[in-house]
Design a binder for this molecule. Structure first.
Ligand code: SAH
Ligand code: SF4
Length: 349
């Protein structure tokens, strides 16, 4: 029978301390355990030599170091992208992607198994919703990626975490923010405010809540169209949270936090990449401190659009820059051959 053991990756540092104190052990042990978990990336209690045996045996009896099981690891022919298929307790599975760039590495983590939002061009949306992830399952993905980096060529350290894997992070707000708190802890993994980015399909209440709680992470909003009817055809969630309400929430976020916002735009040939589309999004977001990330469509089984041609992407960028003073980037295509690109993640249970 599965033990109801506490997943250590689900605890914040104060909670770990409280747990250790509840066993009547010194809080110094909690500090050491935390360092072994997040600086040493220990995968077992045996890798915690400075924690006394009596504390370790209590840990072993009542807690676990993560619950994910590594099922498969694939590497892209680009030499920079690795994808991990990780099994969850209960039988579902998720995917996590590790991307190495010159001098930096990024973990792209999942927040749910599947997704309820149903964006037509996204493989995760096409598989439907399976379940929310717990905070520990999110933190564990980052630790898994950090461990994989230790044995890789430079860079050895993870610099960024992006919530751009499977699932809609603002649909699983509590677990995602708990994971963010754990990832940010300065005596552990220590990801600073500039190094975590959350991407949302446009869950309006979640964006407002992030602003009200002054969450210190970057926000990226998946726009794809500046027209409500057209957007709703690509992103069904837009029916629930229409474009005008979404833009109000984005303005609220920028004003409340004095921060810029990123907009993502999946570029689909002939569908949302014309000069008119570029002008429409320029007009929509020009008043905001914004940056646009253009993502040429990646192939998925359930959608037969094609990625924009590179000249269309360049025209889009030029219109945003010259007409509206908006900076933009075209996302590097990474890991497409192993289904690790944006919107390609899907995991059979
Ligand atoms: N659920 C969140 C984050 C995960 S998806 C969100 O939707 O924002 C990360 C980004 O990939 C989103 O901008 C999403 O719209 C985009 N995307 C989804 N499917 C894609 C595909 N087939 N090709 C390119 N980008 C895609
Ligand atoms: Fe869900 Fe994001 Fe995929 Fe849409 S693009 S289905 S919100 S994971």
């Amino acid at each position: 029978m599965d033990s109801p053991a506490t997943d250590l990756y689900s605890l914040t540092r104060p909670e770990l301390r409280a747990l250790v104190e509840s066993w009547r052990f010194s809080p110094d042990h909690a500090a050491r355990i935390w360092k072994y978990l997040y600086l040493g990336l220990a995968g077992s209690f045996g890798e915690m030599p400075e924690v006394p045996a009596r504390v370790r045996s209590r840990l072993a009896a009542e807690t676990r170091i993560g619950t994910l099981s590594a099922r498969l690891e694939t590497g892209s022919s680009d030499g920079f992208t690795r994808k991990f298929l990780l099994g969850l307790a209960g039988g579902e599975a998720i995917e996590t992607v590790l991307m190495r760039f010159a001098g930096r590495a990024t973990a792209c983590v999942s927040s749910q198994a599947g997704c309820a939002m149903g964006c037509v061009f996204c493989a995760t949306g096409q598989m439907g919703f399976r379940r929310h992830l717990f905070a520990g399952e999110i933190v564990s993905q980052v630790v898994h990626a950090a461990r994989a980096l230790r044995s890789a060529p430079e860079p050895r350290r993870l610099r960024n975490v992006v919530f751009m894997g499977m699932g809609e992070p603002l649909h699983n707000y509590g677990a995602v923010m708990r994971a963010v708190d754990i990832l940010r802890d300065p005596s552990g993994l220590g990801f600073g405010a500039q190094r975590i980015t959350l991407s949302t399909v446009g869950v309006v209440p979640g964006i407002r809540r992030m602003a009200d709680e002054a969450r210190p992470i970057h926000l990226a909003v998946s726009l794809h169209s500046a027209d409500q009817a057209e957007r709703a055809r690509l992103v069904p969630a837009a029916r629930k949270w229409p474009l005008d309400e979404l833009m109000d929430a984005c303005r609220y976020f920028c004003a409340a936090l004095g921060r810029r916002i990123f907009f993502e735009w999946t570029l689909i040939d002939g569908r949302n990449d014309t000069a008119d589309h570029a002008h429409a999004v320029g007009r929509l977001i020009r008043e905001l401190p914004a940056q646009v990330n253009l993502i040429p469509l990646n192939p998925t089984a359930g959608y037969d659009g094609a990625p924009s041609r590179s000249d269309a992407a360049r025209r889009f960028q030029r219109i945003l820059a010259d007409g509206y003073g908006l900076p933009s980037t075209v996302r590097q295509r990474r890991g497409i051959d192993i289904g690790a690109g944006c919107g390609q993640l899907a995991a059979p249970g």
